[in-house]
Design a protein around this ligand. Structure first.
Ligand code: PSU
Ligand code: MN
Length: 309
């Protein structure tokens, strides 16, 4: 008899279920970047463009969110519009999943919660913008994103442009190393810093082609190492923002967050929104460009992984 009296509350869209059953490439997408990471109305356009882009690159997109008591893998348009337009969408990480599911409320899933949904559905590749990490001052505040621990225990590869330097990137990398999470530079030797192609922090592994990347993931998982992997894909050159310019805006946004006493969950959404204002929308353009770039790599990687199995 199973230890679990209930099936997990998972609702996979038929198209995605078919794709997974026939071994076709599928790429998971998170809903928090849409609900909390980008302003309206661009967020909805981005969600729709991501869907098209992944299809154009030969994979099936799977936006993940919580709605109507289930983890939705693939959301219908009405839910997507509410995620992009509704102020009241909860930000749902691992710890928030059960309460949000029981309440029936609409929830946008973070990297951590999206990895859980992807894994439950059998999706191995997930493309996003940036992952959460150790915040600056984490040695005092203990503010370390659940994304890092999820990467340590859920076998999904996350394609990201690294993490923003609103975080303490050296600490973030140390935590990932401690937990045995491979951080793999895609065509880079250093950890990318989201808007900026390089943080200057060296990475132990660099891979220049997707077939090799897929083989590495397959090898990791074949050994039963049930952790994820972080694929670090730098923002395209022509979309990157000057490190000094973004640094000034980041410092100001961080100072404002401190002054307003903003801590915990609202920190990242607050900083993202302020950065966008402080850079006159340039940070948003860069953010969108790097998400598209990650979606493309995610699709290529999902195809390469499908070809192996
Ligand atoms: N970083 C970004 N954009 C985002 C996020 C992080 O550049 O939208 C979101 C992601 O959903 C990520 C979450 O999983 O913030 C991390 O939040 P926290 O630090 O509260 O775990
Ligand atoms: Mn936090």
């Amino acid at each position: 008899m199973s230890r679990h009296a209930f099936e997990p509350p998972l609702a996979v869209a038929p198209e995605i279920e078919d794709a997974l059953e026939s071994g076709k490439p599928v790429v998971a997408l998170e809903s928090t970047i849409i609900a909390h990471g980008m302003p309206r109305p661009r967020n909805l356009e981005v969600a729709r463009s991501l869907d098209r882009l992944i299809r154009d690159h030969g994979a099936v997109p799977a936006m993940i969110a919580v709605a109507e008591g289930s983890i939705r893998v693939g959301v219908r348009d009405e839910i997507l519009e509410r995620l992009a337009g509704d102020e009241a969408v909860a930000k749902v990480s691992r710890a928030d999943l059960p309460a949000c599911l029981i309440s029936g409320a609409l929830g946008a899933t973070t990297v951590a919660a999206t990895m859980i949904g992807a894994h439950l559905a059998g999706i191995r590749i997930f493309a996003t913008g940036g992952v959460g990490g150790a915040h600056r001052g984490a040695e005092q505040s203990f503010d370390i994103s659940a994304d890092l621990l999820e990467l340590a225990r859920t076998p999904v590869a996350v394609v990201s442009a690294g993490a923003k330097s609103i975080l303490d990137l050296p600490k973030t990398l140390e935590i990932l190393e401690t937990h045995g999470v491979p951080v793999i530079g895609y065509r880079t030797d250093t950890f990318p810093a989201f808007f900026v192609r390089s943080s200057g922090l060296p990475l132990p592994v660099r891979v220049d082609d997707v077939a090799r990347l897929a083989a590495m993931l397959e090898t990791q998982w074949s050994m039963g190492l049930a952790s994820g992997a972080l694929i670090a894909n730098p923002i395209p050159q022509d979309a990157a923002i000057d490190a000094a310019e973004i640094g000034i805006a980041l410092d100001q946004a961080l100072e404002e967050a401190r002054r307003h006493g903003i801590t915990g969950k609202p920190v990242t959404p607050f900083l993202l929104a302020r950065l966008n204002e402080l850079t006159g929308g340039r940070s948003l353009d860069a953010n969108i460009a790097l998400v598209y770039n990650n979606a493309k790599l995610g699709a290529e990687l999902a195809k390469a992984l499908s070809a192996l199995s």
